[in-house]
Design a protein around this ligand. Sequence first.
Ligand code: URA
Length: 205
Amino acid sequence: DRLRAEQAAKLDTQDAFLTALKSCRRCPLWESATQPVAGEGPEDAALMFVGEQPGDTEDLTGRPFTGPAGQMFDKALQVNGIRRQEAFVTNAVKHFKFRPRGKRRLHQNPDRDEIAHCKWWLDLEIQRVAPRLIVVMGGTALQSLTGSREGLLKRRGRFEHTPEDTPILVTVHPSYILRLPDERLRAEETARFLADLALAARWLA
Ligand code: URA
């Protein structure tokens, strides 16, 4: 624990964090990814948003939620009067996991071990920012932060705590909504997602 505290102290700035993250070999995902994607936002943000992992776009830009899921996320923030610059936005897993198919790179879910290994980095971000509330978007983030993704759809819209006692708000991942085949269902789920973020917005006041 002392060693962990000393290591954490050295990674207490965004720059040091990113430099260290770039040499991460805790799991094999670094090998095929372009670069790791660290969280971004103010060091004293009240709200932290945690997604799954960088997608194809994020792997190239090096910034979280800058692709299609990011556009949906940005809109949802806007509707609720949350400025993205005032939130800390990050992911449970810092490297893009994919399977090549022709010229395309198809998203793959990070597995249990990859999520567990990358929790080290997420914990450092949580320690550094010490958010009042973490908005947990989707099963991967939920598993990372609570140890279980069971019952995600029942838990969404509710408040829980991490084992370290940070309040979390559970919601779905924007990509889940974008992938819904039925337009009406997509509209309903979008409305619920917006309502979840409205709960989070109250924590800014
Ligand atoms: N999906 C995520 O979970 N995170 C990103 O940064 C982009 C897409």
